[in-house]
Design a protein around this ligand. Structure first.
Ligand SMILES: [Zn+2]
Length: 73
């Protein structure tokens, strides 16, 4: 089941980033959903897109997936 991590490691400072985004009311995360994290150390905000199907034809210009999905180790 698709679910974002509660915390991720900050790319900048290595601190902990906490999930800001509330789960959807039905509890179902969808591929392409944006989730936001806030770093507790440097206060940086990170917006991540939940990974999903191969449907990348959204045309939003993102083509480097590197580091975009820190929860898929
Ligand atoms: Zn940080």
């Amino acid at each position: 089941m698709l679910e974002p991590e509660a915390t991720i490691v900050c790319v900048d400072c290595g601190g902990r980033c906490h999930l800001l985004t509330q789960p959807p009311e039905d509890g179902l995360w969808l591929p392409g959903d944006i989730v936001a994290y806030r770093c507790e150390d440097c206060r940086d905000r990170w917006d991540l897109v939940l990974p999903g199907d191969e449907d990348t034809s959204k045309g939003d210009g993102f083509d480097d997936d590197e580091g975009r999905y820190p929860w898929s180790h």
